[in-house]
Design a protein around this ligand. Structure first.
Ligand SMILES: [Mn+2]
Length: 351
């Protein structure tokens, strides 16, 4: 496996733009010697790979002490395998001391969103994301937000290449997997840059490791969750919905949304579950451009947090003050209204 030193096969799009951004990013971070790289709370492969890439870039620039951290934990078996096989070292957010870090970088997430365990008053220094968020015009931090990108890993790959930072086979595997999962194997929201980086990384990654990551050993709980999801799944025309009850990791909610969404008759799939006094939900759509907006509107009705992309979105709703069943009823009522199915009869999804 060789390291990509020549840039002939490297995506050229917006390279001047990337070079300015890279310079600005560097100026915002250097000369710090301690950096916290933070992702959203229940990290997916795209944010893990992005953080891993930034970690490598910072160490290439001579920063000795940077730490990848997130507030929740990694529940999905594939993502646990990714961390294990690619040696991505992370530190739980509760074990970090903010004051120990001179700089804070958010990847694949945005300041003030409810899915990052950083108090809104703590200043961040850099934000790299592809979610549809707009920083205030006077934002004091560096930001590079590419709403047209399918993955933050694409942006990070371009930074690494522009900086001439070596990309090891393990790092390439992480970034490739980040792009692969966030674009649904190039199925949705893909830019030319995503595709170019995907092809570029394909040639230097470790394919056997990727196969191990994508086919991990699973615990019994996973199969019990599938059973539970299948038993409680209902449909309203082409909208599927299943509520998982209490789950041991919120990742199950996204996983079951993905799995059941592949059912041929469904356009939409919504999955909810309860974790730590919150209702987590995931929304999937095959053709619409409004999953993110719907997730955000639902969250707003409850003082929760939510959002995402046009076809993949999620959110969470706290229920400290009211009984969970009441909140769940209201949650169902709101998503039915948003999808114009409030008068459609409920059927068992798998009957
Ligand atoms: Mn992402």
């Amino acid at each position: 496996m060789s390291e990509p030193n020549n840039k002939n096969s490297v995506p050229k799009h917006n390279s001047s733009d990337i070079s300015e951004k890279l310079e600005s990013f560097r100026n915002h971070i250097i000369p710090a010697s301690t950096v916290l790289i933070l992702t959203h709370d229940y990290p997916d492969p795209d944010c893990l790979a992005s953080a891993f890439g930034i970690f490598h870039l910072l160490s290439f620039w001579g920063i000795k002490s940077s730490v990848i951290s997130f507030g929740g934990f990694v529940g999905r078996a594939e993502n646990r395998a990714m961390i294990r096989f690619l040696n991505i070292r992370t530190v739980p957010f509760v074990l970090t001391e903010i004051k120990d870090f001179e700089r804070i970088i958010l990847v694949d997430s945005f300041p003030g969103k409810g899915n990052v365990s950083l108090s809104p008053e703590v200043p961040v220094h850099a934000v790299m994301d592809h979610h549809p968020n707009d920083p205030p015009p006077d934002a004091p931090y560096f930001y590079d937000i590419r709403k047209n990108y399918g993955a933050t890993s694409t942006l990070v790959t371009k930074y690494l290449l522009e900086a001439h930072c070596p990309i090891s086979p393990k790092l390439a595997t992480a970034l490739f997997y980040g792009i692969k999962t966030d674009t649904g194997d190039m199925r949705r929201e893909v830019s030319q840059d995503d595709l170019d980086c995907y092809k570029f990384l394909f040639d230097i990654m470790e394919h056997k490791l990727l196969s191990k990551i994508e086919n991990p050993d699973r615990d019994v709980e996973f199969f019990k969750i599938i059973h539970r999801a299948a038993e409680s799944a209902v449909s309203y025309n082409d909208v599927g919905y299943t509520h998982l009850g209490n789950v041991t990791t919120p990742d199950y909610i996204a996983e079951m949304a993905d799995l059941f969404h592949s059912l041929e008759k469904l356009e939409w799939m919504i999955c909810s579950g309860i974790f730590k006094n919150q209702i987590f939900y995931s929304i999937r759509s095959k053709n619409s451009d409004s999953a993110g907006t719907i997730a955000e509107n639902i969250a707003r009705a409850f003082d929760g947090s939510g959002g995402g992309h046009s076809r993949v979105a999620a959110g969470r709703i706290p229920f400290d003050t009211e009984p969970v069943n009441k909140i769940l009823d209201k949650f169902e009522y709101i998503f039915k209204t948003k999808l114009n199915i409030e008068n459609v009869a409920e059927e068992k999804l798998l009957s």
